[in-house]
Ligand binder design. Structure first.
Ligand code: FES
Ligand code: FES
Length: 220
């Protein structure tokens, strides 16, 4: 059908301008002037912002933590990851952010003596528990035997994984003071070292377990 015929047909069916009787306009503008909408939109934006900040305030609460033997209090969202709280609120930056998904072990800390991924741990869930970070391993100026062993066998290259490796190793030695090599490998398999220092890490754990320098595999 030609365009002119279509227009004629539309006029017949929908009114003289073919737009359903709105007299050439697609919608009926303003019997109400536009300007009141401007303050209304500001009003609604303000209400939304207020609701958001109320919500954020509700999520904040005082959380009490036992970190490296010291009681710490902080007002935060209890759902925040322990890793970010340790690093950003308490400046304990030994635990590292690697994957954020529990896959690399760089963020490992001890919770009640057990190696735990702090990137996946909500801070409210560890209230009242003993949290030990790499900064808390040293006692009276002496490094932990596993830290000494890491230094002795040079079990690090860039060092990014090292704190997590040591915390996982300490967790293992707490559970099993004399692990076999397969037990060490099993316990450490969730910790990733991109520099590939695995043999020396295993050697360091063996050395700390033996309490001497007889561990195999420590040589570069
Ligand atoms: S950052 Fe937590 S496991 Fe990778
Ligand atoms: S020493 Fe570099 S990631 Fe392990």
């Amino acid at each position: 059908m030609a365009l002119s015929s279509r227009i004629e047909r539309a006029k017949r069916e929908h009114g003289k301008d073919g737009n359903n009787g709105t007299d050439g306009k697609f919608f009926d503008l303003p019997s109400v002037p536009l300007f009141p909408f401007v303050p209304y939109s500001l009003f609604f934006a303000f209400q939304i912002e207020k609701a958001e900040s109320n919500w954020e305030r509700r999520a904040m609460r005082i959380v009490e933590l036992q970190i490296n033997g010291t009681k710490r209090r902080v007002e935060i969202d209890g759902e925040r990851a322990l890793l970010s709280v340790l690093r950003d609120e308490f400046d304990l930056t030994g635990a590292k952010y690697g994957c954020g998904e529990g896959q690399c072990g760089a963020c490992t800390v001890l919770i009640d003596g057990r190696a735990v991924r702090s990137c996946l741990t909500q801070v409210a869930s560890v209230e009242g528990k003993q949290i030990i970070t790499i900064e808390g391993l040293e006692q009276k100026g002496r490094l932990h035997p596993l830290q000494e062993a890491f230094l002795a066998v040079d079990a690090m290259q860039c060092g990014y994984c090292t704190a997590g490796m040591i915390m996982s190793g300490v967790g293992l030695l707490k559970k099993n003071p004399n692990p076999t090599e397969p037990e060490i490998l099993r316990a450490m398999e969730g910790n990733i070292c991109r520099c590939g220092t695995y043999p020396r890490i295993v050697a360091a754990i063996q050395q700390a377990a033996n309490g001497d320098k007889t561990a195999k595999g420590g040589a570069r």
